[in-house]
Design a protein around this ligand. Structure first.
Ligand code: ZN
Length: 367
């Protein structure tokens, strides 16, 4: 039926746009989107009742404020990848506001490269991707990571990652405009983010200290429930956890969700103390041969995946216990005794551990 009606419009863009705009079949997908993503607005992350959530088109289907002559991305009206759930507030038009000053998401779609804007239907995804939207896309985790929140619920640009001057300028523009157009600094939101922040810090500390409050909930799940994308204001919860990175249990449980990387300011890999630490850090490989030199020749042990050393028929918990077994001397330090063969030389484990710990210190200070 729709196909017939589209065909009837011929090449008349205005008729086509009107047809696509006025057939709200996309609302049929709303329950599935809510089931998938929870009852939250994807832009402001606020909790919303089902009836107050609407399907928004990230690329507006009915016009583009930044380009008045543009009648919108009407051909993406039924493109699922263009759908976002939006709350009543973010979706309401400026006409609803007596002052007429409030800016909202509707029909805003500024680009960093306006000359690349797609103005005709049928553009392939790889062509559409050449548009550089200024508004942060809630479906893009890299975009979400550009926002940071503090304990007062204030939203700001995440300035922790190293950036070139050009990247920084683009990010400042994107974050500033997104906060303005999405209204992310409105009072109700900051208050709710503050609560989520406090809740997250409290639960992260309970997890770190291993305190069971007797409610039968796993302390790890208690924190995870706050940062899952379905949770309201999960962005604030993630910021709170990133601010709690001194809590080693928390970091080790949620490093994936926190999207930590060595370039993230202040996020350091834990200092290596054991052979297993070095395996986990990637500085040593399990299965590698460790060579020790004694008065009567070389001794070879194998580093096991759990950090133990296999020497002959036995395995030892630490390099030193294995070294003392090999030499028969209680004075032997295994970190100096065992070596890795690198090129034609032997490098002691103590040097590998020292270099790893020095490199993580340098990366954490941004050098
Ligand atoms: Zn909203």
């Amino acid at each position: 039926m729709l196909k017939k009606r589209v065909a009837g419009c011929g090449t008349d863009k205005i008729k086509l746009a009107a047809l696509f705009k006025k057939s709200p079949y996309w609302t049929k997908l709303r329950p599935q989107l809510i089931a998938l993503a929870g009852r939250k607005c994807w832009y402001c992350e606020g909790e919303v009742s089902n009836s107050r959530l609407a399907v928004d088109h990230f690329r507006p289907k009915g016009g583009v404020v930044e380009e008045p002559a543009n009648i919108g991305y009407y051909w993406l009206a039924y493109e699922v990848g263009n759908f976002r759930l939006i709350c009543e507030f973010c979706n309401s038009s400026t006409d609803d506001d007596p002052s007429g000053k409030r800016v909202t998401k509707i029909h805003h779609f500024p680009l960093l490269n306006p000359n690349a804007r797609i103005r005709v239907p049928g553009a392939r995804p790889e062509v559409i991707e050449k548009e550089l939207p200024i508004l942060l896309d809630p479906l893009n985790s890299s975009d979400c990571d550009l926002l940071d929140f503090d304990s007062a619920g204030t939203v700001r640009r995440n300035d922790h990652r190293p950036r070139s001057a050009l990247e920084r300028a683009a990010e400042i523009c994107r974050v500033t405009e997104s906060i303005r157009i999405y209204g992310l600094d409105r009072p109700g939101l900051t208050e709710r983010r503050t609560k989520v922040w406090s809740d997250t810090v409290l639960k992260a500390n309970l997890l770190e200290l291993g305190i069971d409050i007797g409610d039968g909930v796993d302390p790890v799940d208690r924190v995870r429930d706050l940062i899952t994308p379905k949770a309201t204001h999960s962005g604030a919860a993630l910021s709170a956890l990133r601010g709690s990175r001194h809590l080693r249990s928390v970091v080790s449980h949620f490093s994936k969700e926190l999207r930590l990387d060595p370039g993230f300011e202040g996020i350091t890999q834990p200092e290596a103390h054991t052979a297993l630490d070095l395996i986990n850090a990637g500085s040593l490989k399990s299965g590698v041969e460790l060579i020790g030199v004694t008065d009567i020749g070389e001794v070879v042990a194998v580093l096991l995946a759990d950090g133990r050393l296999e020497l002959g028929p036995r395995s030892y918990a630490t390099p030193t216990s294995a070294a003392r077994a090999a030499t028969g001397s209680a004075d032997t330090d295994g970190w100096d005794f065992w070596h890795i063969g690198v090129a034609n030389s032997l490098v002691p484990l103590s040097q590998i551990r020292r270099e790893f710990n020095e490199s993580r210190t340098q990366s954490s200070s941004g050098q």
